[in-house]
Design a protein around this ligand. Sequence first.
Ligand code: ADP
Length: 581
Amino acid sequence: MEQVEQDPDFVTLSRQFKATAMELISVLEQKQKTGGRIKVLLETLPLHKLADIFVASFEMSLEEQLSMLDSVDPKVRLSKATELVDRHLQSIRVAEKITQKVEGQLSKSQKEFLLRQQMRAIKEELGDNDDDEDDLAALERKMQSAGMPSNIWKHAQRELRRLKKMPPQQPGYNSSRVYLELLADLPWQKASEEQELDLKAAKDRLDCDHYGLSKVKQRIIEYLAVRKLKPDARGPVLCFVGPPGVGKTSLASSIAAALGRKFVRISLGGVKDEADIRGHRRTYIGSMPGRLIDGLKRVAVCNPVMLLDEIDKTGSDVRGDPASALLEVLDPEQNKSFNDHYLNVPYDLSKVIFVATANRVQPIPPPLLDRMEVIELPGYTAEEKLRIAMQHLIPRVLDQHGLNSEYLQIPEAMVKLVIQRYTREAGVRNLERNLAALARAAAVRVAEQEQAVSVSKDVHKLASPLLDNRLAEGAEMEMEVLPMGVNNNEISTAFKISSRLVVDEAMLEKILGPPRFDDQEAADRVATPGVSVGLVWTNFGGEVQFVEATAMIGNGELHLTGQLGDVIKESAKIALTWVCV
Ligand code: ADP
């Protein structure tokens, strides 16, 4: 030892060991107050002995212990001891860092909690009501007045108690609150008052809203009559089936008006997920109630007329079968306790009057169809469309655009042209859109005149560049009817003097563009040899289809072009054999 103590390497190593050991002791000192004694040892004992004492007190593997014992050379021994002390020091530091981090987080949330408590106390002192607790009290009041059945009220109270115990920053707080709000908002008992049903008035209303459709109206009146005699009658659900734009939705809303009930429409088009009808369980993030419960919340009464629109467009896939959920909804025995997964308590749907619409009967699953009474609306003839346009669509479109017949006149002959040249549909929706395009153009003219009048009273010189521009563009008709919000009376007083716009053929072409469908087409094409006419049927009504054939020099093969179905291919072959014979 004496020799080695002179060795400069040993001296450096000792210094290094001492420094590391001191560091370790000061770290330990912060934790326990025993550090002072070890410090004294460090000063008094020879370093190589101290290294042995230190190492003996550490936890280490057997190999390390053996290798320590094995090192007889004091330099090697000291360097190994330094390494071990350093490792111990590092591990303590890492552990400390982690604890600090955790403690930091904890104390942050504790701090937040404390601050919130203080804020609450300050608000209380100030008499400020905008407080979570007050919110909860308001929610409780709302729940009390919602008229929930007793078992549901108990369930809601349990949930509310849980909510009250939660700090607002807890993850489940918000979802629990939204859920209780839904429970409070749902119309458990609130119903629109049913008036004494006046069948004559109901009939008048149906006649006033809809042209023709006498059989359908008759069936609706029968339905209403049964309801009048037996209000809780479990009659079949009416299902209007027909192409788009034949008045299915508006008939359903007329039923609601006749019964004096609120009307809510639920679109089922494209619903493939059962959860859309029944809701998601609340355990899922972002869970929501199904469309039915959502519709009832919107309409806020428990006895609305609910239109299940496009019931034929629901499909089933891996996410379940919405049709089976609808079965429960439409079954009077089962819908008394409809179970929405989100709501998780039964809801009584028996007071709701369901009406459904569909484009076709075939895609509706038979058990569902079995619960409904199908009423077909096949579409209108050109003559019927003309009457609907003259009696219903034109007055409504004019009104929607802030006009009346003093400013715009659409003669019958022009409506006929619109029907023939610009629409080819079973219903009247496109016809209504085209009429709206005419009304918009007229509204531009009226609005321009209003501007000109306010500048000068010289109404005779009025020009309408905006209208001309619009006419020149031959603008395409647009998809939506947007009411212009122009006040009828104001306009009429300002423009009594101005001339009224009468739609003629030229104007029609300028506003609606060149005719889309041509009567002549069929005549021209059929006159060509090799062309014959077929009729096809689609969801949107009937279509005329031309089948063309051309004979060419060749080796007698038949070529079919286009995407043809098997039936058509077969027909083409039959036609060929017939020609060849
Ligand atoms: P659907 O639900 O069948 O697709 P809508 O009920 O939305 O059609 O009807 C489209 C428009 O056509 C509505 O503005 C409606 O008032 C009108 N309409 C349809 N049929 C008639 C009719 N027979 N008499 C009056 N208006 C009708």
